[in-house]
Design a protein around this ligand. Structure first.
Ligand code: UDP
Length: 574
């Protein structure tokens, strides 16, 4: 069946259920953004020009909100606990509903069993018949519950699963045997999924798919009125829990410098009195409902982060409401190797500031990333912010239309169940004619410091998504990951393209001198060592990794182009 866009959210609101603060929070959000979703649906509908969209049977099982997982989040919704996950789940549910899919929502193991048709009760009762869904969106908690209650059949059906995973899972952590043998084992990883089945909150490592969420959008009139009503010396602090303010103790801190110039507001949860961590000069509003926070942000000039929480939605909301986001640079970067918060998470990604997306994808004038230990630098940043005029800004990928477009593309094109069609590299001539049609002939991309050879095979792979036309082959520096190599060339690493460059032909095209070409199981491969003239190809497709790097190796990197404001999609991806 063809999926038809929906603009009425009442059925969805009924499906979400009641009885928990987390559900009420999600429903308030869905209602508040309903108009925005409807407008976006109409726009995307027009943009796709009658393109056929399959209606999918989708199960959403929100594992972290089930009683069986302990549900530690719900009781904290009104007490300053994390809300980012709820923001994202509310938006995922809305996107799937608006795109017109056949949706079932489960928030308990009992409902999960009911929808899957497995007999209730403890232990592992394998699902015997076919899976009654095309797609299942869940999280790590839900995955564990499905393993317990679907038993062996989970293995058979796992290609249908998508795991909502805020911070991401790198391939080396995902591959059970490899992770166990090479020290990448954590509490979370080792599910042997295709790494693109993990869907993140921000576009962290392109090894995963970027799911995202949405932020409030403003029309031109609202934008103008915001700019007229900005209070130049008003700052709002990022941090709704008192513990996030602890960093402030000590000598003349940056908060005191800030206070010299600006009126400082906070939205810190408190029970009866001001939390001791929050200085007396701060005007604390207490935790605000989302729409009231937006109102506060509309007046404020500055939204300032203290280093925690990492990578949340609030800075995007602040920037969308015309604030400048000021955040600390992390030197050395934070990661699972050196920071408690990231410890045990299935990624070695290094975080160079509180909100790397804001830093890398938005940047000045909306985002300033400075060293908070340098009071001169901090002082001059505040002064600069007070005199800089900025317009409200929201990247397209965080608008409702952008999220619908991306989720639509994933649902229609990402297929982890079909066997990968065999790819036979063409026996290309050394110097193919540059340019050529999009599907044929090599493309040459000259790049500083990077051996570069764009490549599109003259073997077409019609079912490949992203399409082969988006592929650009690069070689990284020693020690450099493909994430960085592609990024520094203005592209993005595309793990789906590894299978096209994991061959001798690619090495030959790049003029790599190989004494030997081995095929091994290692997440750095395909790669080569210049000194030893050793080349290695990847034997385990699950270990194709954009994130991997090693000081001894230069990597072959499959990069692709991307749409401005929609990094998840290439030019020809829709
Ligand atoms: N938020 C809110 N009231 C407040 C402060 C924040 O409703 O007083 C909301 C905010 O709109 C954002 C969400 O909390 O969408 C999550 O924000 P944050 O970036 O702090 O991420 P978290 O750490 O909660 O995941």
């Amino acid at each position: 069946r063809q999926a038809a866009f929906r603009t009425d959210l009442s059925v969805l609101l009924d499906q979400v259920g009641t009885g928990k603060e987390s559900l009420s929070f999600m429903k308030r959000r869905i209602r508040r953004l309903a108009q925005q979703w409807a407008t976006a649906a109409n726009r995307l509908d027009a943009k796709l020009e009658q393109q056929w969209r399959d209606q999918k049977k989708i199960l959403v099982h929100v594992g972290f909100l089930t009683e069986e997982s302990g549900d530690v989040f719900s009781p904290k919704v009104l007490k300053g606990g994390p809300l980012g996950e709820m923001v994202q789940w509310a938006d995922i549910l809305t996107a799937l509903h608006v795109l017109g899919h056949n949706l079932k929502i489960s928030m308990s193991v009992k409902e999960l069993q009911g929808f899957l048709g497995v007999p209730p009760g403890r232990g592992s009762c394998p699902l015997t018949g076919p899976l009654p869904f095309d797609l299942i969106y869940t999280d790590y908690h839900g995955l564990q519950q499905m393993k317990q209650h679907m038993g062996l059949s989970l293995k058979k059906h796992k290609c249908h699963i998508r795991v909502i995973d805020t911070f991401g899972t790198e391939p080396a952590y995902n591959h059970e045997e490899y992770a166990t043998l090479h020290g990448y084992r954590t509490n979370w990883g080792y599910w042997n999924l295709n790494a693109r089945q993990y869907m993140t909150m921000f576009p962290h490592t392109p090894d995963n798919s970027f799911m995202g969420f949405v932020s409030e959008e403003l029309n031109e009139t609202e934008k103008r009125s915001i700019q007229q009503n900005k209070v130049n010396n008003m700052a709002v602090v990022y941090g709704k829990e008192a513990s996030m303010w602890k960093v402030q103790q000590g000598k003349e801190s940056f908060l005191q410098i800030l206070h010299k110039y600006m009126e400082v507001h906070g939205t810190v949860y408190y029970e009866t009195q001001r939390p001791p961590e929050v200085p007396a000069f701060v005007k604390n509003h207490g935790l605000l409902p989302q729409h009231e926070l937006q109102q506060l942000l509309r007046k404020a000039k500055l939204f300032i982060g203290f280093g925690f929480p990492y990578e949340g939605p609030a800075p995007l909301e602040a920037i969308a409401n015309g604030c400048i986001f000021l955040q600390p640079k992390f030197n050395p970067p934070h990661s699972s190797l050196n920071h408690e918060f990231f410890r045990g998470k299935p990624t070695s990604r290094e975080v160079f500031s509180q909100h790397p997306y804001a830093e890398q994808y938005i940047g000045r004038p909306h985002v300033m990333t400075v060293d908070y230990n340098n009071s001169v630098e901090f002082d001059s940043a505040i002064k600069e912010i007070m005199r800089t005029k900025v317009e409200p800004y929201l990247p397209y990928e965080y608008t409702c239309e952008g999220m619908l477009e991306r989720v639509h593309a994933y649902i229609q094109h990402q297929d982890f169940c079909a066997p990968e069609p065999p790819f036979i590299p063409a026996n290309l001539s050394r110097k193919g004619s540059a340019g050529g049609s999009r599907m044929m002939g090599p493309l040459f991309v000259p790049l500083p410091n990077t051996t570069a050879l764009g490549w599109a095979s003259n073997v077409t792979a019609p079912s490949a998504w992203p399409p082969l036309s988006s592929l650009r082959l690069l070689v990284s520096q020693e020690g450099q990951s493909c994430v960085d190599a592609c990024q520094s060339a203005g592209f993005i690493c595309e793990p789906a393209h590894f299978r096209f460059i994991n061959n001798k032909e690619a090495l030959r095209r790049l003029d790599v001198q190989c004494e030997v070409v081995d095929s091994e199981i290692n997440h750095i491969l395909p790669a080569f060592s210049v000194v030893r003239q050793e080349c290695g190809l990847q034997r385990e497709p699950l270990l194709f990794s954009c994130a991997g790097h090693s000081p001894k190796y230069r990597r072959l990197c499959p990069c692709r182009d991307f749409r401005h404001g929609q990094v998840a999609l290439c030019r020809d991806c829709l």
